[in-house]
Design a protein around this ligand. Structure first.
Ligand code: FMN
Ligand code: SF4
Length: 608
């Protein structure tokens, strides 16, 4: 069971196996590292050296990539690696208590590996199971609804060294709670329906693939990943680039804490997603496709591969799709490895190229020069589903739902203080109040819409609408009732951003840490009005000076809650005067004891 020192033959077998799957192109580095790690449990130095040699890339790059992703381990994390999802919704449902219990029962501190190398416990950013909080990953496999009994059961299985393959299957069962369905979740389209409709539309109009672009533009589809960019414009701009081949990428990173709707679409509507991607490929003239699947969704990977294989056999992928000469397109799935910033489209493309996920400078836009310098579109999972339905049913049908400026429906991932967490699909324009009523949130005082990067709104705003002209969201909808401390919620988010900052640019690298430290200082009762002012200044600086959307959003939870819920902050303030975070005099107390000094010179202020 102990995987601390795999023998050289095992390392070699693991590397060779990964190379057989992914080949020797440097772009496959991340995938080769991931797959090599699966049987070994971690990436020993010999494996890194071997991979560097086989892919002919500098060892420094291999080490750099390994260090960048939190799910790549240069040292053994133990035979069992238990990662607690650390979203605010997990904490609200007792994840810290469960972590403590497991830590005591397994004799291992969070963040460390047990002395016998059996197990490690740690926290990780949200794993996309907020409707099943608290949830954990054990060696990458999700265990939902970890109450005290389940935590004890996990400990017993680990202490008895039962191989994961022999654990009761129900432990890993992730139910999808679909609470409200509309056009996407109710649709019964068959695999390939949207592709055939796109081809037929081209024939009927005599404009070929342009007909698809025209329909998407006429539908006024705005991207569902959060930023709300006009999909038709993005696709058309890419289709006009002279360079080929063009590339279609599905952003299935779903890293925004609180979001889990793409999990449902990838698990139960994969054909709709692939139809949407293939329609996009037809529209822009692309021949290569990728799904960038977050590492936390590794358990969806095998079923997605099977769906792709079935579609190839059915002529829905590959050469001459649906019998259309020249329409060649295929899709590969790449797994991420635990990095929130890789959801940002250009960082995602870097990661797909086998590098660290550092967001690119723009221009050029990805539509001009994206994956390997090729014209590329990146869209959210839900955007591809909407695109498939638009091509199948028409732009007018799509625009019949939603508002004038926000057509169609939106999937919301609802969690937190409500009776019925789960997925809700609404026409855009639904009010926050309607969602709260439907999910059984009786005494909500606030809702965090759009995750930490979104907005925290209070009761006086519950009649506002979820729509691009009012409250924009990628889909997260976290409810807080009167028992919650919104300062602590914002503090939690400040830790999230500091942890996930990629460190590339100074305002974000330093600013997110300063914000986190100030929030901790206030939480410890040492904050002052001066600190609140500094918080505001820092949050604004982050917004204006950061290189990418992560840094730009990092101060939003603070600015939003400070503006709407200032008393929640003021309750934590210790003194009206400026107080340092570090208690120097307290720290000197030990030195005074050791040296036996008690004279006035041994104190910073007046001796007691
Ligand atoms: C830090 C960061 C993380 C992001 N994560 C995601 C994500 O997980 N999924 C997603 O679709 N978009 C994410 N985005 C937005 C993408 O950059 C991009 O706008 C989106 O994938 C475009 O697709 P759409 O037009 O269909 O929304 C993220 C952006 C930032 C700045
Ligand atoms: S803003 Fe943050 S996440 Fe984005 S590039 Fe700069 S350091 Fe990296």
């Amino acid at each position: 069971m102990n995987r601390v020192t795999p023998d050289p033959a095992r390392i070699d077998a693991a590397v060779q196996d990964a190379l057989r799957t992914w080949g020797r192109e440097p772009t496959q580095l991340l995938q080769v590292l991931r797959q090599t790690q699966e049987p070994l449990g971690f990436l020993p130095p010999q494996a890194l050296e071997r991979i560097a040699a086989e892919l002919e890339v500098p060892i420094a790059r291999v080490r750099g990539v390994t260090a960048f992703y939190s799910f790549l381990y240069p040292e053994s994390p133990g035979a069992y690696r238990v990662l607690f999802s650390d979203n605010v919704t997990d904490r609200m449902r007792g994840s810290e208590d469960r972590l403590r219990e497991m830590s005591q029962r397994l004799w291992v501190e969070p963040g460390k590996v047990s002395e016998d190398g059996l197990v490690s416990l740690d926290r990780t950013s949200s794993i996309g199971l907020c409707d099943h909080a608290p949830a954990v990953l054990v060696n990458g496999r999700p265990v939902p609804d970890v109450d005290a009994a389940r935590a004890a059961q996990l400990c017993e299985l680990i202490l008895a060294r039962v191989p994961l393959a022999e654990w009761p299957r129900e432990l890993f069962l992730v139910e999808d709670h679909v609470r409200r369905a509309d056009v996407i979740l109710n649709d019964r389209m068959q695999p390939g329906d949207a592709i055939r409709a796109a081809l037929a539309r081209g024939v009927a109009s005599g404009t070929g693939s342009q007909a698809t672009l025209d329909e998407i533009k006429a539908a006024r589809l705005l991207g569902r990943g959060g930023a709300g960019f006009t999909t038709g414009v993005k696709w058309e701009s890419c289709s006009r680039q002279p360079l080929t081949p063009r590339v279609v990428i599905c952003n299935a990173d779903e890293g925004e804490p609180g979001t889990f709707k793409d999990r449902l679409l990838l698990g139960r509507y994969a054909d709709m997603v692939f139809d949407g991607m293939t329609v996009a490929a037809w529209g822009i003239g692309a021949s290569r496709g990728f799904v960038y699947l977050r590492g936390e969704y590794r358990y969806l990977y095998d079923a997605l591969l099977e769906t792709l294989e079935r579609r190839r056999r059915a002529g829905l992928l590959g050469v001459a799709i649906c019998g259309q000469a020249g329409f060649d397109f295929d899709v590969q799935i790449h797994l991420g490895a635990g990095s929130y910033v890789c959801g940002e489209a250009s960082a995602l493309v870097e990661s797909l190229e086998g590098k660290r996920g550092i967001p690119r400078n723009r221009p050029p836009r990805l539509a001009e020069r994206g994956y390997l310098g090729l014209p590329t579109i990146v869209n959210n999972v839900e955007s591809y589903c909407a695109a498939a339905l638009i091509v199948l049913h028409g732009a007018a049908w799509f625009r019949a739902r939603g508002t004038e400026r926000s057509s169609g429906t939106k999937l919301l991932s609802v969690a937190g203080d409500c009776e019925r967490p789960g997925i809700y699909e609404y026409p855009l324009g639904v009010t926050v109040r309607e969602v709260l009523e439907d999910c059984g949130a009786h005494d909500a005082i606030a809702v965090q819409v759009g995750g930490p990067s979104g907005s925290c709104i209070g009761q006086d705003e519950f009649d506002r609408r979820i729509a691009f002209e009012d409250i924009e969201t990628g889909g997260a909808f976290i409810v807080f009732d009167g028992s919650r401390d919104l300062f602590e919620v914002a503090r939690h988010f400040s830790h999230f951003f500091a942890h996930e900052s990629c460190g590339f640019c100074t305002p974000c690298r330093v600013g997110t840490s300063l914000l986190r430290n100030l929030m901790d200082k206030i939480s410890a009762g040492k904050g002052s009005q001066h600190d609140l002012n500094t918080l505001e200044e820092l949050a604004r600086l982050l917004r204006n000076a950061s290189h990418c959307g992560l840094g730009e959003s990092a101060g939003r939870p603070l600015l939003g809650t400070l503006e709407r819920f200032r008393p929640a902050y003021e309750r934590h303030l210790g003194s009206p005067a400026v107080e340092p975070a570090f208690d120097l005099d307290g720290a000197l107390a030990r030195a005074r004891r050791i040296t036996g000094r008690n004279d006035p010179g041994a104190f910073l202020g007046d001796a007691p």
